[in-house]
Design a protein around this ligand. Sequence first.
Ligand code: ZN
Length: 220
Amino acid sequence: MNAYPLTIRKRRELAYNHHTNDPVSEMEARSDNHLEIAKASYRDLIIQAEENVYREGLLKTPHRAVKAWDFLTSGYSSDPAEILRAAVFEEDFDNMVLVKDIKFYSLCEHHLLPFFGKVHVAYIPAGRIVGLSKIPRAVDALARRLQVQERLTKEIADVIEETLHPSGVAVAAEAFHMCMMMRGVEKQNSTTATTYFTGSFDSDPKVQERFFNSLRGSVR
Ligand SMILES: [Zn+2]
């Protein structure tokens, strides 16, 4: 079947010519190129699955898939440190601040399949606090990229460390991985848990224990 005979190189050439000849702004041309090239890639994938790209239900699928992909990888265009820095306040509070049950959706970089779950983020301020709504937004900025859960967990801790310089940061994530669940790997309902500690959470077992206790029930 040769429903879409252009090679990738040919398509890039066409997109490039279009870019140079078109009077629209360079930015628009670029995003136009991106859309066309990415759509062609999705069309190729559909053809590889031995489907008919011209079937009604699939006709606009490449376009929709590119839009979805762009959203799922939109974290690359936002800076989590900048998000946090926009709402840092000096405050004389030095007890644990915990934001629990932050839902996140990410893409496993090995299979390009989703992994998703909850992350809990705690820090002990040392002169600075951050607007609480900024933490979930920073998590989104890091999750909407090609990730592994281990790195995501550490990157969340790192960005809080870097912007607030607290006495310690604790991050615990628990997630389902579609690459395990959908591909027939055993233990389909198992979740993966990761933790990362800095400062007093890392060095003081009592502080770490308080974090885990707070996760279990209401704050005592
Ligand atoms: Zn995977």
